[in-house]
Design a protein around this ligand. Sequence first.
Ligand SMILES: *[C@@H]1O[C@H](CO)[C@@H](O)[C@H](O)[C@H]1NC(C)=O
Ligand SMILES: *[C@@H]1O[C@H](CO)[C@@H](O)[C@H](O)[C@H]1NC(C)=O
Length: 315
Amino acid sequence: MGIMDFSAGPLCCLWLLAFSATSVDAVGPSDTAVLRGGSATLTCSNPAHTSTDSGLAFWAESGTPFGTHGGIYTGTAFAKYTNFGIVSNEFPQMDLTVSNTQVEDEGTYICSMTVEQGSATLTVEIEGNEPTITLNSDPSVTPIRLTAREPSVLRCTASSFRPAVNLEWYKDDVKITAGITEDTPTPNGDTFTTSGTWTFTPNIPDDGDRLECRTTGQVVATAKTGGLTLNVQYVPDVTVGYSGGQITCSSDANPLATTHQIIRNGTDILKTFTNSPGYVVFTPKYCAEISCNATNTIGTGTGTFAQQICPGRST
Ligand SMILES: *[C@@H]1O[C@H](CO)[C@@H](O)[C@H](O)[C@H]1NC(C)=O
Ligand SMILES: *[C@@H]1O[C@H](CO)[C@@H](O)[C@H](O)[C@H]1NC(C)=O
């Protein structure tokens, strides 16, 4: 077994090396992306092409040659290529250069050298805007506030990208896969807008998490990210305590509760206060059930002390 591995390994790799060396030596070029306004070079070389006497060498598009060692052909038919150039003084290389690239410069370009040919696509990218996240309602509401346990739909919109981007959603840097949709990108001149939604039912622990929408699919343009901090609102969660002859009521809520009531036997209001926590001294004459109501804009939450508080009990 060991001997077989030993002999198979080198055989495999030598063969791969020879194979890849052959591919590299063949005529280039490879697909290239460039930011609009930038410069691009499509390489082309063939070891057999050592001089102009080695055979025909030219760059072509859609079957029509537009330049050779002497440079880009002149004439109105070649107006597209005015910002193109051919580097022809470094045999066996004959690269195609494009400066100040524009969307019109996109295309599939073929390099032909002696008897070999290679082709590559030039893609011009446009860096779009930071995506925006909105509540998928009509009209969208800002700032975005969600309510715990209520299904919500958020929409991410990324505009002015070329080529059209795809969107990825992340919550606290963890990629979201459930509840995601993406619309077909819509063209607008040379660029595209991509929009998609995330449908989810937020819960209290989601409050404060970072939600991001990131663009993907461009090669040279910098990916863009839009984001927001989730604001998940919920009915107050109320805690009632009794210690040292004192009742304590506190609430956890978003937004904060603005009214609290400490209640005896469901109806007698012992104390009303604004901000959590609040206290009232309580010495029962008979057993009593103590609860506390806390109210915010979402609703009223109730907490009840676990046992009845009876005379003689102070903790
Ligand atoms: C409060 O409730 C307790 C338990 O139900 C009861 O024993 C007590 O009499 C009640 N007090 C009043 C004032 O209704
Ligand atoms: C306390 O809140 C509960 C739940 O909203 C409500 O049913 C009850 O009437 C409130 N009690 C008082 C005294 O307001």
